[in-house]
Structure formats: C-alpha cells, structure tokens
Design a protein around this ligand. Sequence first.
Ligand code: HEC
Length: 194
Amino acid sequence: MKYFIRAVTLSIIITGLLLSWATFASESESVGAATYNEKGELVLPEGFREWVFIGAPLTPNGLNNGEAGFPEYHHVYVNPDAFAVYKRTGRFPEGTVIAKELVLLQSGDYPDGSKNAASGRGFFAGDAHGMDVMVKDTSRFSETNGWGFFNFGHHAVPYERTAVAASKSECAACHTANAGKGMVFQSYYPVLRR
Ligand code: HEC
C-alpha cells in the first residue's frame, strides 16, 4: 500500500511538472517560424497554406474604379504555434509569422469582375498571385514597430526565395497609422476578434 501511495504521488508530481513545462513551452516568448539567410533576408516560409487560415479580405477592381492596388483576394495565414498563443492571450508572441497570399479572381462575366455560379453572382478565387509576410520580432525590427515586413513578389508563382525587410514607408507606416498598436488589422478576421 505504501508503495502504491508513493507511486501515485510520484506520478501526480510528474504529471504536474509535464503540464507546467507544456504551458511554459507554448507561452515562451519565441515561436520561431521565421528563418533568415546569412544576409539576414527572410526565407519564403514553407507550408504556409497549411497554417491557420484567418480570413480573406477582398478589394476588387470593380469597387475601386478599376485600379485597386491589390485587386486579388488576400488569403491570410498565421503559423499555428503563434495562433495558439494568440487564442489564449490575445497577443501575438515573438516569432509570429503572418502570410498574406494574393489570389486572383476568376475572370468575370460582368464589368465589375463578378461572375455567375450555381450559388449566385459573385467573386471566386483563381490563381495565386503574390506574397506579403509580417514577422514579429521586437528587437530585430524595432525601427518598424516590432514587426518586419517582406514582399516576395506580386506575380504568379514561383515567388522569390528570399526577401529583404521593406522600409518603414513601404509598409509599416500604413499599418502603424491604421491598424492600431498591435500592427495587425485584427477586426477584419473573425477568428481574431475577442
Ligand atoms: C496603404 C496601407 C498599407 C500599406 C502601405 C501596406 N499594407 Fe499591409 N495591410 C493593409 C490593410 C488595410 C490590411 C488588411 C486588409 C486587407 O488586406 O485589405 C493589410 C494586411 C496585411 C497583412 C495581413 C495581416 C493584417 O495586418 O491584416 C500583411 C501580412 C501585410 N498587410 C503585409 C504588408 C506588407 C509586406 C506591406 C509592404 C510591402 C504592406 N502590408 C503595406 C494596409 C497596408
């Protein structure tokens, strides 16, 4: 009986330790999905289409006098470890990577670019057509409010393999001015609203 009680006590302690380690590991400050080459350029993230898909803003030409800067769908993904921390804490941890892939509309039946489908008239996703990435790293990107901004091309695949950090005026300035302190346009993604 004595041994049994000891064994039970021991397993409770071990389980406790494992649980606290797991909590610590998942909340530790770095989720590390970003890799850089020897020149400090960001390497195109692999497998981002299997990350957590958070939403698809759309600013079509048909609603922007035919001249939208980004007329494609903006398919936005967050690396899963960072998403898990966000869900618990409401904040993106260091190392968060957010990928925004531009996806063309299928060619339309109407001047506004929309087309008919069995479900009704609307917009439907065609081919991939560009890639923007944000990485949270407060010390590396202190100049641009704690996030690095990267463009891997605005064209059909394949995208550039690496990208240099964009200047403040190219990207971060607009996010700083319009997205609020967190730098991410949270209100456009249902799963990020809290
Ligand atoms: C003129 C303002 C503006 C500029 C400049 C800009 N963005 Fe954004 N960005 C937005 C807005 C608004 C959204 C969300 C809505 C959307 O996608 O249309 C967004 C969304 C994003 C997202 C998805 C996460 C989020 O915050 O919603 C990424 C990643 C991103 N931008 C990267 C970039 C990169 C990289 C550059 C520079 C090459 C850049 N942005 C330049 C306004 C801007």
